[in-house]
Each structure stands twice: as structure tokens, then as C-alpha cells.
Design a protein around this ligand. Structure first.
Ligand code: NAD
Length: 337
């Protein structure tokens, strides 16, 4: 029997999680919610998902010509688990509803760790989500850092990390946010990303600084890892290679920018042209005086999607073995080599 999953908030993340869940044999989407009659509501119906909305919004969606199957409350009550994909900070407000219905909930990285009390990354801490009722999948940037640092940390190589986050200012479909012609530093140091990594790798030393730049397609991280012992770039690369959710790319093969990385992603013919893997430039890995330097690029809209699928399996105890779940997710989503 497949698990009944609801998506609350069919936007950038919600539509991708919905699509990824439909690829799995052990879970199914029983409905998605929209509050406004935007094109995504029609897309949801066209993709075969039942549409739900808060009770007071039913007339608005129906007047726009959309077929509404019921209220948000009814959907949440019927689901085994709801994946909250509402805009940042909304999830914390929705938590009361999920708890009152006794429905398990996954929150996204726009929520604070405290909203769920448990944070998730499949490589670093799958086990801590097993059987839990409320879990947060960490943000796109935190997922990126956790994935690339974990293999190094597991090997005892990391003394301290300084990660410089060069952040996209808005998602491609978002024309309201900026800056459009400025570089905007986060004057709070460390930026929230460093402390957030500790929610999924508690015993790592990390500091992060962040700047926003006028681009929409990816984040870039310029990382310095202060090492506990000397290693060669080749050794570091060999530690990353077994992890499919990291993709080692070569700048010299015409992939010298995030634009080219996302062009390569389009060639993979995946839904939404997504790149679930964190792209690390192999030819940008450098070790000097006990410090490892590397660059990685994060497709912010999609790296967390396989994490949501694994988190569902852990929370519902469909699969208690992390690697088995990761393999199932990777196979079905085409993250396979
Ligand atoms: P989004 O704005 O693209 O989508 C949110 C959706 O929720 C919209 O369809 C909106 O209509 C709907 N919505 C708003 N209020 C609602 C309510 N009360 N009930 C039900 N639906 C409601 O947002 P997003 O980018 O998908 O972000 C969702 C979450 O994922 C946030 O926590 C965000 O921080 C996190 N996240 C976003 C990204 C990214 O790059 N977009 C990456 C990782 C994590």
C-alpha cells in the first residue's frame, strides 16, 4: 500500500516534490493546495493532481473555473503526511493545523529548525527522522554544504570551514525580488547558513558569509576547508566520487559558469530542467598550506527534492535504511551513474 502524501503549497518546491513523489512506488499524491487561481493551479489539474484550498478560498478558485476537490483541512486530515511547501515562515503558522489533525509534516528550509525540532539531510542524518512526526528539510544552501562537507568530515579531515555563499537574488519566475543591479552583503556574520549546517552535522566547525548577486539560476559557494592533515586534490575528489548527489564537473569542458552548468542540466531532459546534484568544479579543487579550496554550484529550486522523498520514507518508516531509500530515490529521479 502506498503512503498518502499531500502537498500544501504547489509552488516552486511543491510542484517538484509532487512530481518526484509520483515517480515512487511506495507513495502517492492524494492532493495539492493552491490559495490563488494562478496558472500553477491549472498545471496541477493538468498533471492529474486533485486541487484543494482553504475553505474561504473555495469560491475564488471555483469562480475562476478550477475544479476544487475539497478543503485544505480535509486534505490534511486524509493524508499520512503533508509536505509543507508554503512560503518561508508560513509553515510555522500551518504547524498548528497539522498537529491538530495528527498528520505528520515536513517543513522546508524557510522555516526555523525549532518549527519541527528535527532537521534532515539524507547523507548526514537520515536516522534522526525515522518515525518522527515533524521534520524540516534544510534549505538549498545548507543541503549543498552538508552534502559536500559530509564526506570530508566523516574522514576526519575538517578542522574548520569558511564558506562564502554567493546567492542568487530571486528564483527565475520571481520578478519582484532583487537586487537587479547591486551586490548585497549579509552584514550578519556568520550568515544563517553556518549555524543551520549544525542542525544536520552537529560536530562540525563552520562559518559562513553571504552576498546576494543579480542572478536567478544558481547559488555558488566558494569554500575554504582548514584541514587536519595534508591531502591532495585527487584524494578529496575520490572521497566525493561515491556520492551521487554530488556531480564533479570540468570547467575546461566548457562549464566555466553557472549558465553553462544549467545549460548542461537542460540537456539531461529532466522535469523542470532540474539539477538535483551539487556541482563541484573538479579543476577548481586546490590545496595549499593545509587549506582545501573548492567551488560548488547549487540549483536552488531542486537540490532539496530528493531529500524530501527520503524524508517521507524515514518519517513513515517505509524504509529505515538510508542507503536503500537514497538508491530508490536516485534511480527513479535519474540521479544514477
Ligand atoms: P513559492 O512562493 O514558489 O510557493 C509557495 C506556494 O504556496 C505558492 O503556490 C503559494 O500560492 C502557496 N501558498 C501561499 N500561502 C499558502 C497557504 N496559506 N496555504 C497553502 N498554500 C499557500 O515558494 P517556494 O520557493 O516553493 O518556497 C517554499 C518553501 O521552500 C520555503 O520555505 C522556502 O524557503 C523553501 N525553499 C525554497 C527554495 C527555492 O529556491 N525556491 C529552495 C529550498 C527551499
Amino acid at each position: 500500500m502506498s503512503a498518502k502524501i499531500a502537498i500544501n503549497g504547489y509552488g516552486t518546491i511543491g510542484k517538484r516534490v509532487a512530481n518526484a513523489v509520483t515517480l515512487q512506488k511506495d507513495m502517492e499524491i492524494i492532493g495539492v493546495t493552491k490559495t490563488r487561481p494562478t496558472y500553477e493551479a491549472w498545471e496541477a489539474l493538468r498533471n492529474g493532481f486533485k486541487l484543494f484550498t482553504p475553505a474561504e478560498r473555495v469560491p475564488v478558485l471555483e469562480e475562476a473555473g478550477l475544479e476544487v476537490s475539497g478543503t485544505q483541512e480535509e486534505l490534511i486530515e486524509e493524508a499520512d503526511l503533508v509536505v509543507d511547501c508554503t512560503p518561508g515562515k508560513f509553515g510555522a503558522q500551518m504547524a498548528e493545523l497539522y498537529r491538530s489533525k495528527g498528520t505528520k509534516a515536513i517543513y522546508q528550509g524557510g522555516e526555523k529548525h525549532g518549527t519541527a525540532g528535527v532537521s534532515f539531510n539524507a547523507y548526514t542524518c537520515y536516522e534522526q527522522a525515522i518515525g518522527q512526526d515533524h521534520v524540516r528539510v534544510v534549505s538549498c544552501n545548507t543541503t549543498g554544504l552538508a552534502r559536500s562537507l559530509y564526506p570530508l568530515h566523516k574522514e576526519g579531515l575538517v578542522r574548520n570551514v569558511l564558506a562564502t555563499m554567493i546567492r542568487r537574488s530571486a528564483d527565475p519566475g520571481d520578478s519582484k525580488r532583487g537586487p537587479i543591479n547591486a551586490i548585497e552583503p549579509s552584514l550578519k556574520v556568520p550568515s544563517h547558513h553556518g549555524p543551520d549546517v549544525l542542525t544536520v552535522i552537529p560536530d562540525i566547525h563552520i562559518n559562513t558569509v553571504a552576498v546576494k548577486v543579480p542572478t536567478t539560476i544558481m547559488h555558488m559557494h566558494a569554500n575554504a576547508v582548514y584541514l587536519t592533515r595534508d591531502v591532495t586534490p585527487e584524494e578529496v575528489i575520490s572521497l566525493w566520487e561515491p556520492y551521487r548527489r554530488l556531480m564533479l564537473i570540468d570547467g575546461f569542458k566548457g562549464m566555466g559558469s553557472t549558465a553553462q552548468v544549467m545549460e548542461m542540466a537542460r540537456d539531461l531532459n529532466r522535469p523542470f530542467s532540474d539539477l538535483y546534484e551539487i556541482a563541484i568544479w573538479r579543476d577548481g579543487v586546490h590545496v595549499d598550506h593545509g587549506v582545501l579550496y573548492f567551488f560548488q554550484a547549487v540549483h536552488q529550486e531542486s537540490d532539496v527534492i530528493p531529500e524530501n522523498v527520503d524524508c517521507i520514507r524515514a518519517m513513515l518508516q517505509i524504509q529505515n535504511d538510508p542507503q536503500t531509500s537514497i538508491d530508490m530515490t536516485d534511480r527513479t529521479m535519474g540521479i544514477w551513474r
